[in-house]
Design a protein around this ligand. Structure first.
Ligand code: NAP
Length: 217
């Protein structure tokens, strides 16, 4: 599958790109600066990670069947508005946690209650927004051989889109779990400040979550 990563030069974006490329997907790394994304993609290809190409964010969105939004919350709205219709017809995986530094260990709901709900309102119904991956730390993604001890809750209003994203999460080596409607992104995003608090308290590189009690899994 063609996977575009908007803000793909960052910590989380590069970790996802490496794992998806190694699983056989074609990854389009996006950036505000096409040259920066091309340089990073060249580096990842040279390291043997698979098919990774670089360009600007709009190019990454247009070339993708599934686009991933991986920019800081402070850039969330402006980035989406700047993409015009490039996301129309695509699934958009919003991994954004609406952190408002410096208070990153305390839940602070954004105006639209969740970044993913805000994203859906901005891009409109032609794009199916799915929220996922908030609880997977870039520190764990960095080494593609590292087995990550974390489940991934996936929510969105379109069931086939949720199923497609759960499949892609499996390709990362993680268990994706259908977490229902996009409104549930409020709960997913809100758990992250709690995990950051736990990271600080326990000096962890990245605490995660596990869902228990699912029959057969
Ligand atoms: N880091 C984690 O462990 C983690 C875990 C789960 C979810 N997340 C979420 O994933 C997203 C990305 O996190 P990250 O740690 O990868 O972030 P990051 O490294 O700080 O930034 C990611 C990319 O966003 C772009 N960017 C930065 N400022 C921007 C701006 N003002 N306007 C437009 N683009 C901008 C940059 O790309 P260019 O300069 O190349 O354009 C940058 O490489 C965040 O929303 C975060 O909440 C992160």
């Amino acid at each position: 599958m063609n996977i575009g990563i908007i803000g793909g030069t960052g910590k989380e974006g590069v970790g996802l790109a490496v794992r998806w490329a190694r699983a056989g997907h074609r990854v389009l790394l996006g950036s505000r600066d096409a040259a920066r994304a091309k340089a990073k993609a060249d580096e990842l290809r040279a390291a043997g990670h698979g098919v990774v190409e670089g360009g600007d964010n709009e190019w990454a969105a247009r070339g993708a069947e599934v686009a991933v939004l991986a920019v800081p919350y402070s850039a969330h709205e402006a980035t989406l508005r700047g993409l015009g219709d490039a996301l129309a017809g695509r699934i958009l995986v919003d991994i954004t946690v609406p952190l408002q530094p410096p208070r990153v260990t305390v839940v602070q709901l954004p105006p639209g209650k969740a970044a993913a709900l805000e994203a859906q309102a901005i891009v409109g119904p032609a794009t199916r927004v799915v929220a996922a991956l908030h609880h997977v730390s870039a520190a764990h993604l960095a080494d593609p051989a590292h087995v990550i001890d974390c489940d991934v809750l996936v929510c969105g209003d379109d069931e086939p889109a949720r199923a497609a994203v759960i499949g892609l999460i499996g390709d990362l080596g993680l268990r994706g779990i259908d977490a229902g409607a996009l409104a549930n992104a409020v709960a997913l995003e809100s758990l992250v400040p709690v995990l950051i608090h736990l990271n600080k308290r326990t000096r962890s590189a990245g605490t995660g979550i596990r869902i228990t009690g699912i029959p057969g899994r």
